[in-house]
Design a protein around this ligand. Structure first.
Ligand code: PHE
Length: 365
């Protein structure tokens, strides 16, 4: 009776057949448990040994154990092979094809607002202006009082202000003004004009400066964002006249927009200048005609003019607060919006576009 051992030989060749088609760890585990698992073929043979004739048991037992070892060994080899193939495949997939052409680096440009700012600074520097900066977090004193804007002055409503809430840890902040001291109530500056006061406090005339920077107002629509940029200008000396203001600003506007640009000054009101004016330029779309191809110009609302900045002769009250003698000293100041200048120069219809991170805004010109 050699059936038992023959069975082993059949089982072995069947296993070696089947393992040829195993291509994954899953299939391998399944095959392994079919042969070596608790319910597997080998276990079954060993379990049944007791029913065999005693003389055949040792041979059969030894044979079954030997086959078990062979199967284990073969499974280990197969596992290694499968894992190696997997690794090679991964390396092949992740490797770089060095023969492909490169993609090149995208070239960036300066944001249009930065370009305008740089251009404005260049123009004023060339005619002898220095550049100053002031804090964006100001006090009520510098933003309003030093500029002749009293606490109950209606001009404070013109610029809806972001106040910074300090009531919680300082008691009632307005008490400062009531006691006749400077109000140090903090706020986000609504214009760059407070830099005038800082500069005059720290410098004696003559002064010829511009002060660029961010300003904040509670506004949001096609022509207003809560944060925007201004450039302040201040010239202080003896005998500065309105004609100096006009000459300087016409020179600037023509340098920025074009040599033959028409400029006009319209009477206006600011508490910190007297007289005050608004500078208008001829409309960049209809060239001052109010109509283009018989269509009413929407940009200038057919007036032919566009308002570009506020300006005026420094108010004597502002000089007095700075400690200057307003009988000996005169000067002019102006404030312009960087976003507005950029929109007019480049035909950008909505101020919010500047802040939407559209990468086309950074294309080099
Ligand atoms: N600060 C004014 C504004 O923001 C502009 C201005 C500056 C007007 C200087 C006159 C003189 O509207």
């Amino acid at each position: 009776m050699s059936t038992g051992v023959e069975n082993l030989a059949q089982l072995e060749s069947r296993f070696f057949d089947e393992i040829q088609s195993v291509t994954s760890e899953d299939l391998l585990n399944r095959l392994k448990s079919q042969y070596l698992g608790k319910q597997g073929f080998i276990s079954e043979i060993l379990r049944n040994l007791g029913q065999m004739p005693p003389e055949e048991r040792p041979k059969m037992g030894a044979g079954a154990n030997l086959l078990k070892k062979k199967i284990e060994e073969e499974c280990r080899t197969a596992l290694e092979k499968i894992q190696n193939l997997k690794k090679e495949k991964k390396i092949r997939e992740e490797s770089v094809d060095t023969s492909l052409p490169g993609r090149g680096l995208a070239e960036g440009g300066l944001h249009p607002l930065t370009q305008t700012l740089q251009e404005v600074q260049k123009i004023f520097k060339e005619i002898g202006f220095s550049i100053f900066e002031g804090p964006e977090i100001e006090t009520e004193y510098y933003n309003f009082e030093a500029l002749n804007i009293a606490e109950d002055h209606p001009a404070r409503d013109m610029q809806d202000t972001f106040y910074i809430n300090v009531v919680a840890h300082r008691g009632h902040p307005e008490s400062d003004t009531k006691q006749g001291r400077h109000s140090d109530l903090p706020l986000l500056r609504t214009h760059t004009s407070p830099v005038q006061a800082h500069v005059m406090k720290n410098h004696k005339p003559p002064i010829r400066m511009i002060a660029p920077g961010a300003v904040y107002r509670r506004d949001f629509d096609v022509s207003h964002t809560p944060m925007f940029h201004q450039v302040e200008g201040l010239v202080v000396d003896q005998d500065i006249q309105f004609s100096d203001l006009k000459g300087t600003l016409i020179y600037f506007l023509q340098s920025f927009f074009g040599e033959n640009l028409k400029v006009r000054f319209r009477s206006s009101y600011f508490p910190f200048t007297e007289p005050s004016a608004e500078a208008d330029i001829q409309c960049v779309i209809c060239q001052g005609k109010g109509h283009k191809n018989d269509v009413p110009c929407r940009l200038c609302k057919t007036t032919g003019w566009l308002e570009v900045m506020g300006c005026g002769m420094v108010h004597p009250g502002v000089f007095e607060k700075a400690g200057y003698d307003s009988k000996k000293i005169t000067g002019f100041a102006f404030g312009l919006g960087i976003e507005r200048l950029t929109m007019l120069k480049r035909g950008i219809p909505d101020i919010r576009l500047f802040y939407q991170n559209d990468l086309r805004f950074l294309n080099p010109l």
